[in-house]
Design a protein around this ligand. Structure first.
Ligand SMILES: *Cc1c(COP(=O)(O)O)cnc(C)c1O
Length: 236
């Protein structure tokens, strides 16, 4: 089995190769290392490779890890976010990938005003309308995008999706393409650029890059199979 630094550098080089194949510059794709369930000491192995951007899906874990690690890190929130946790999430995270409703976006906008911050967000899309997943339907986005764009505290980077999990990563290609085409359509109807596409995880990030991903969220390819989070502080 490879060490974490070896796996990290392998993912880095696969990202670079996928960018090359798509005739895109390597720095056109951001790697968010998804560190959920792993303790701060494990993250240090990736930080020591020069990495700075981590994705977490639970407030409780961010609150334990962020204070234990260098303040120069960027924390991205990638999990379902309840409105009553927005304030605490914004204390640590500068980017939220999982904004799944207008009401949540409005809440983030208003708390950001109180805190004096300008968070970056992705609008999560549930294009397949899977009951188990959060997100805007394409129709909702089309109807609500103007209102979302009027929220002045949040910077909408673009769209995010978690396509249904597939055995063969190649099968996710149409899902990624659907998200890109939705983005293109929204850009042309609003005239507002939505450059970001947060799509692609461990088993399919190379396909996602071929289809235009600008942000891949990769966890288990770097750290291995996840275990249960062991928290010393029992609040959430
Ligand atoms: C866990 C998670 C990931 C990373 O998944 P891996 O398959 O381990 O790379 C990416 N995005 C979200 C939203 C996640 O919850």
């Amino acid at each position: 089995m490879s060490s974490i630094p070896e796996s990290y550098s392998e993912v880095r080089s696969k990202v670079a190769t996928a960018c090359d194949l798509a005739s895109r510059p390597v720095d056109s794709v951001e790697l968010v290392v998804v560190s959920k369930t792993w303790p701060a000491d494990t993250l240090r192995e990736v930080i020591d490779c020069g990495h700075r951007t981590f994705g977490e899906n639970r407030l409780q874990e961010v609150e334990v890890k962020a204070p234990a690690l260098p303040t120069s890190l960027n924390w991205h929130f990638i999990g379902q976010l309840q409105k009553n946790k927005v304030r605490k999430v914004l204390n640590h995270c500068d980017t939220i990938h999982s904004v799944d409703s207008l009401a949540l976006a409005e809440r983030i906008d208003s708390i950001a005003g109180e805190l004096g911050v300008f968070p970056k967000i992705y609008l999560q899309v549930n294009a397949a309308e899977e009951a188990s997943k959060a997100g805007f339907t394409p129709e909702q986005l089309e109807a609500e995008l103007d209102t979302l764009l009027n929220l002045k505290r949040i910077e909408i980077l673009g769209l995010m999706a978690i396509p249904p999990s597939r055995k063969d990563p190649e099968e996710a290609r149409p899902d990624f393409r659907t998200l890109r085409e939705l983005r293109d359509r929204l850009e042309s109807t609003t005239g507002v650029p939505l450059p970001g596409l947060s799509m692609g995880m461990s088993h399919d990030y190379e396909i996602a890059i071929a289809e235009g991903s600008t942000t891949v969220r990769v966890g288990s390819s770097i750290f291995g199979k996840r275990r249960a989070w062991q928290s010393k502080s029992a609040t959430d």
